[in-house]
Design a protein. Structure first.
Length: 256
């Protein structure tokens, strides 16, 4: 996991590994973690690695998580970073998991930067987990997962399921269309054709060690326009990483 996606699994994680990998190992006919590691080293193909990543990543997320970021985005960050007359901008949700984060951003943008008023924005949403991305692309969630979204926003941006989808909601296609999902390994090789006005990279750096975090943050900075913003998770501090960023508040940074 460390080699492939930077995730640092500390000593003492064996019970976690056994619980998460049990099914995968049984399917492969492997009896122990040692056998599984041996399998990964000698015979695993890309699909096997992807299966390991799906099993061992934590894709936990929820709508409007750390809500002050979204408020800051629409009220402070965008008004500052957009040039006079600039109506087009792009946002990257860099560890999008099952989609709640990019769709929360989309809801806020639809409210404050409506396309009918000529705003033209897109959200690039990426994650390393294929399984999480499949959920994100489907854009269907159990109704209790959207309980914290104000009722008028729910009516505007979500459809209630009926029949076999009773008890579920779906992000309306016209909003979901604004979010493009892609598989991207933050510690692998990647580039973007244009930098973003704002990057969300939240609650993923906690899984990385300091050197991986340093490299990642410096790299992310290359994809943020000067004066643009980087949001991290509340538990993730970038102090001392020596990156071209100014800390505005804990977890909110501006590109120098
Ligand atoms: C806890 S979720 C965070 C979701 C969302 N950003 C939030 O704050 O609610 C962490 C996500 O990071 C993803 N992840 C872990 N390592 C990654 C890597 N090397 N590249 C891309 N995504 C990665 C995991 O698959 C997981 O979906």
């Amino acid at each position: 996991m460390y080699q492939h996606c930077g995730i640092h699994l500390q000593e003492g994680k064996e019970p976690f590994l056994r619980a998460r990998l049990g099914k995968v190992m049984r399917r492969l006919g492997l009896a122990s973690l040692a056998e599984y590691v041996e399998f990964l080293r000698t015979r695993a193909d890309a699909a096997d690695v992807s299966q390991m990543v799906d099993a061992l990543t934590t894709n936990y997320s929820y709508f409007l998580r750390e809500p002050e970021h979204f408020e800051f985005l629409v009220r402070q960050a965008l008004p500052k970073v957009l040039q006079p007359g600039q109506k087009q901008f792009r946002i990257w949700s860099a560890a999008a998991a099952t989609g709640e984060e990019p769709y929360s951003i989309a809801v806020f943008l639809a409210e404050y930067y409506p396309r009918v008023s000529g705003w033209d924005w897109h959200i690039c949403a990426s994650d390393i987990s294929t399984k999480a991305l499949a959920v994100a692309r489907r854009a269907i969630y159990p109704a209790d997962r959207v309980a914290q979204i104000p009722p008028d926003w729910l009516r505007r941006y979500f459809q209630r399921g009926t029949g076999r989808w009773e008890g579920h909601v779906r992000v309306k296609p016209e909003l979901a269309r604004q979010v493009a999902f892609q598989r991207l390994n933050l510690v692998g090789n990647y580039t973007h054709p244009q930098p973003f006005e704002v990057v969300f990279c939240r609650n993923v750096m906690i899984y990385f060690d300091r050197s991986t975090q340093t490299e990642l943050v410096r790299r992310l900075c290359r994809f943020v326009v000067p004066g643009g913003y980087l949001f991290t998770g509340h538990a993730e501090t970038l102090n001392g990483l020596n990156a071209p960023l100014r800390c505005l508040r804990p977890s909110i940074y501006q590109r120098l």
